[in-house]
Design a protein around this ligand. Structure first.
Ligand code: ADP
Ligand code: ZN
Length: 721
C-alpha cells in the first residue's frame, strides 16, 4: 500500500494522536471484537477522526466500513454515510445495531412516520451513524436538518459513482461537492473498490477532495482463486461437479447470458437437490425480491442470474461466482467475480467459455447501434477479456496490470499458477486452419471448416466442390473439438474475424498474413479439462476437523437470525464461527477472545454458542485426540509444524495445539516441537511468569506479537502453568 499525499496529512499534536489511537483500538476490540487493525485502517481512522479528509481505495472485503465507522464513534455528533445501495442499508444498520452502535437509515423505503422518528433522533444527537441515499441528502429539507444537527463526518461510499466514465454513474453524486462548501469544517471520507487512475482524478475533482490524503491499497483480492476453463459442451455437468466437489453447502452466484439459460440452469441444479433460484429481468419484481432476499439471508443458496443481479450485493459469505458465459469485458468480469469472498475467506471465481461465446459476443457488438468510436472501445475490451482467457501465465498479474496496479510476482492462487498450462507449437495447424478459410472463400463458419479439414463425407462440401481442395482432409492430427478450440483461439487473437451478416462466417484479418507466410510462429495453450485443476474445499478445516460442531454452530446462527429477521452473517460472520470451531472456548471469557465477538454480541449470544460447543464436547474430545496423534506422528517422521499444517490442510495453530497437548502429557519434549534459541525461550518464560493468570493473549501482546500463539502454547505447556 502506498500513500499518495496531495498535501501533508493534517497532523494532530502527538499526545492527542496517541490518545486517538488508543481509543480507536479500544473500540475495535471491545465493540467489534477484532484484535488489530488491518493494513491502512489505523492510519485512515487517524486521519478522519483527526478532522482530515481521505480518499480510500481498497479492494472489496478489505475492510472499508471500519474506516468511517470508528471515526464516527470517536467524534461527537452523527456521521452521515452516503450510499447508493438502498437495498443494503437496512442490513448495514442491523449489523451495526448488533454491535450496540446507534445507527439508522433514511431512504424511500421508510414510511413517513418512520422517517420522522429518524430525523428526530438525528436532531437530538441520538445517532452515531445515519445512512442516506444521495438524492435524499440533497433535498433542501434534509440539508436544513443537517444544518441543525451536530455532524461527525461525511462518508461517501461507492465514490466511483461520481465518475461519468464508470459504468455505475449516478448523476446525484455530482451534487455531493456542495457538502464541502456548506460544511467546510466537517471531515469527509470517500471510499471505493474500483477506480483506475482516471476515475480517481475525477473523484478528487468532482468531490472537491484536493486536500484529502489518498490511501491506495490496490485492487487485489488475494483470497479469490481465478479459474477459467474450456466449455466442453457439457457446461452444466462441469458446473455441478464443481459445486458438488468444492461448494456443497455454500452460497454462490452463477452468471449466464440469457434468461432462458438462467431458468434452465436453476431448474436443473434444483433437480439435483441444490437450492438454486433464478434472477433476471423477466421475472416479476416480487419474485426477484423474494429470491434475492432468500439468497441474502440464508447461507447456502445459489442464485442463477443474468448480469441484472449484482449491484449492491454485499453478502460477505458468497463462496463462489461461476460464469457459464464470457463477460464482455475485464471490468465486468472483475466486478462480478468480486462479489465472492468479501469476508476475506477463500473463494472461487470459476468460469467456462467456448467458441460460441466468442462468436455471440462479437455478433452482439457488431449488431449494436452505438457509434463507431464506442464500438471500437468495446472491441478492445472484449479482446482484452479474450486475452485473459487464453493466457498461459498468472491471471491475477494480468488482471491487476489491466487496472494499473501491477504485481511483480505470480500469485500462486490462480489456475495457471497452480497447474501451469501446457503449450504447443500450433503454427502448422494454424496455417491449415487459416488456409482452409481462404480456400473456401471466407464464406463459412467454423463447423463447416472443421468438416473440410477432417475430410468429412458431406453433401454440402461436395456441392461446393470443396472435397477437391488441398485442405480437404489434411487435418487428422486433431479431432473435431481440438479444431474448434484452435479456431476459437485464432478468433480470440484477432487472426480471424467473425461476420454476423452471413451466419458467423469467418474471414482472415491482416494479422493472419505472417502466420500463413510462415514468418511468425504461434504458441497456444493446450486446454485442460476443468477438473484437472487441483481441487480444494474452501472450508477444509471446518468440514474435516469437526463437521458436526460446524453444522451446529451454523444452525444456531441461523435460528438466531431468523428470530430477529436479519441475515445470518449479521449475527456472526463465517470467520468468527471458524475461529470458535478452532478455539472451542469453554467460558465467556474465552469466547470473548474469538475474533468478531465484541461486548454486545458476547452478552447477547455468548451463552447460546457456549452451549452448542459444550453439547459437542464429548465427540470433540475424541476426534481431536485422534487428529492430534496424527500430527504428532508426522512430527516424529521429521515434518516441521508448517509442513504438517500444509499436508493436513489444517492451520498451524491447530498443529501447535496438538503438540502442546502432547508436551503437557509428557509425550513430547518442547525442543522436539519448536525451535527456539535460549534467549527467545527465556523471554517467553519470563512473560508467562509475570502474567497474572497464564492467559495467552496478554503474553502475546507483551511480546509484541513476535511469536505465534501456537508457540506460546507449547512453551506454556512445558512450563505447566
Ligand atoms: P469492504 O467494505 O471493504 O468490502 P468490509 O468493511 O465489509 O469490507 O469488511 C470485510 C470483512 O472484514 C468484514 O467481515 C469485516 O467485519 C472484516 N474486517 C474488517 N476489518 C477487520 C479487522 N481489522 N479485523 C478483522 N476483521 C475485519
Ligand atoms: Zn496466478
Amino acid at each position: 500500500m502506498h500513500i499518495e499525499a496531495n498535501t501533508i496529512p493534517k497532523q494532530s499534536p502527538a499526545p492527542h494522536r496517541q490518545q486517538l489511537q488508543e481509543q480507536a483500538l479500544e473500540i475495535l476490540q471491545h465493540t467489534y471484537g477484532y484484535e488489530a487493525f488491518r493494513g491502512p485502517q489505523s492510519d485512515i481512522v487517524q486521519q478522519v477522526a483527526g478532522g482530515g479528509d481521505a480518499l480510500v481505495l481498497m479492494p472489496t472485503g478489505g475492510g472499508k466500513s471500519l474506516c468511517f465507522q470508528i471515526p464516527a464513534l470517536l467524534r461527537s455528533g452523527t456521521a452521515i454515510v452516503v450510499s447508493p445501495l438502498i437495498a443494503l442499508m437496512q442490513d448495514q444498520v442491523d449489523a451495526l445495531r448488533q454491535y450496540g452502535v446507534r445507527a439508522a437509515c433514511l431512504n424511500s423505503s421508510l414510511s413517513g412516520s418512520e422517517a420522522f422518528e429518524v430525523e428526530h433522533r438525528l436532531r437530538n444527537g441520538d445517532l452515531d451513524l445515519l445512512y442516506v441515499a444521495p438524492e435524499r441528502l440533497m433535498m433542501p429539507r434534509m440539508l436544513e436538518l443537517l444544518d441543525n444537527s451536530q455532524l461527525a463526518l461525511f462518508a461517501i461510499d461507492e465514490a466511483h459513482c461520481v465518475s461519468q466514465w464508470g459504468h455505475d454513474f449516478r448523476p446525484e453524486y455530482i451534487q455531493l461537492s456542495i457538502l464541502h462548501q456548506r460544511y467546510p469544517g466537517i471531515p469527509r471520507i470517500a471510499l471505493t473498490a474500483t477506480a483506475d487512475a482516471r476515475t480517481r482524478q475525477e473523484i478528487i475533482q468532482r468531490l472537491a477532495l484536493e486536500s484529502a490524503v489518498v490511501f491506495n491499497n490496490g485492487f487485489d483480492r488475494p483470497n479469490i482463486r481465478y479459474r477459467i476453463a474450456e466449455n466442453q459442451g457439457n457446461a452444466r455437468d462441469q458446473l455441478l461437479r464443481f459445486i458438488r466437489n468444492e461448494h456443497e453447502h455454500d452460497a454462490g452466484i452463477v452468471y449466464c447470458l440469457s434468461r432462458k439459460r438462467v431458468d434452465d440452469t436453476a431448474a436443473w441444479l434444483s433437480s439435483k437437490g441444490l437450492t438454486a433460484l433464478p434472477y433476471h429481468a423477466g421475472l416479476s419484481q416480487e419474485q426477484r425480491q423474494q429470491n434475492q432476499s432468500r439468497f441474502l439471508r440464508d447461507d447456502s443458496v445459489i442464485i442463477v442470474a443474468t448480469i441484472a443481479f449484482g449491484m449492491g450485493i454485499d453478502k460477505p459469505d458468497v463462496r463462489f461466482v461461476a460464469h457459464l458465459n464470457l463477460p464482455k469485458s475485464i471490468e465486468a468480469y472483475y466486478q462480478e467475480t468480486g462479489r465472492a469472498g468479501r469476508d476475506g475467506l477463500p473463494a472461487d471465481a470459476w468460469m467456462l467459455y467456448g467458441l460460441q461465446d466468442v462468436i455471440t459476443l462479437k455478433q452482439m457488438q457488431q449488431n449494436s447501434d452505438a457509434n463507431e468510436a464506442y464500438k471500437r472501445i468495446e472491441r478492445h475490451k472484449l479482446d482484452a477479456m479474450l486475452g485473459l482467457c487464453e493466457l498461459h501465465d498468472c491471471r491475477r498479474q494480468a488482471l491487476l496490470s489491466y487496472f494499473d496496479d501491477p504485481m511483480d510476482h505470480a500469485c500462486g492462487n490462480c489456475d495457471n499458477c497452480l497447474t501451469p498450462p501446457q503449450t504447443w507449437d500450433a503454427t502448422i495447424a494454424a496455417q491449415k486452419a487459416l488456409s482452409c478459410v481462404y480456400r473456401t472463400g471466407q464464406r463459412f463458419g467454423v463447423n463447416y471448416l472443421v468438416d473440410v479439414l477432417l475430410g468429412k463425407e458431406d453433401d454440402r462440401i461436395k456441392q461446393f466442390g470443396h472435397n477437391t481442395l488441398s485442405t480437404y482432409g489434411i487435418g487428422n492430427e486433431l479431432n473435431n473439438s481440438e479444431w474448434r478450440t484452435l479456431y476459437r483461439q485464432l478468433i480470440s487473437r484477432g487472426l480471424l474475424s467473425v461476420d454476423i451478416e452471413s451466419h458467423g462466417s469467418v474471414q482472415l484479418t491482416e494479422a493472419a498474413r505472417p502466420i500463413l507466410k510462415g514468418e511468425q510462429t504461434l504458441v497456444l495453450r493446450k486446454m485442460l479439462k476443468a477438473s484437472k485443476t487441483r481441487q480444494r474445499n474452501t472450508t477444509p478445516m471446518l468440514a474435516s476437523s469437526n463437521p458436526a460442531l460446524w453444522e451446529a454452530l451454523r444452525n444456531k446462527r441461523k435460528a438466531l437470525a431468523e428470530e430477529q429477521g436479519v441475515p445470518a452473517y449479521v449475527i456472526f460472520h463465517d470467520a468468527t464461527l471458524m475461529d470458535m470451531l478452532e478455539r472451542q472456548p469453554q467460558t465467556l471469557e474465552q469466547l470473548s477472545r474469538v475474533s468478531g465477538v465484541g461486548e454486545r454480541k458476547l452478552d447477547a449470544y455468548g451463552e447460546a454458542f457456549l452451549e452448542v460447543i459444550q453439547e459437542h464436547g464429548g465427540e470433540l474430545a475424541n476426534s481431536s485426540s485422534d487428529t492430534a496423534s496424527h500430527s504428532i506422528e508426522l512430527l516424529c517422521q521429521g515434518l516441521s509444524p508448517l509442513e504438517i499444517a500444509h499436508k493436513r490442510d489444517i492451520t498451524i495453530s491447530t498443529v501447535y495445539r496438538h503438540l502442546a497437548g502432547a508436551i503437557r502429557s509428557g509425550e513430547l519434549e518442547l525442543a522436539d516441537a519448536v525451535v527456539l534459541d535460549d534467549k527467545a525461550l527465556q523471554e517467553i518464560q519470563f512473560a508467562f511468569e509475570h502474567s497474572e493468570d497464564g492467559r495467552l493473549k496478554p503474553v502475546f501482546d507483551f511480546l509484541d506479537g513476535e511469536y505465534d500463539y501456537g508457540i506460546l502454547e507449547c512453551v506454556k505447556a512445558a512450563m505447566h502453568v
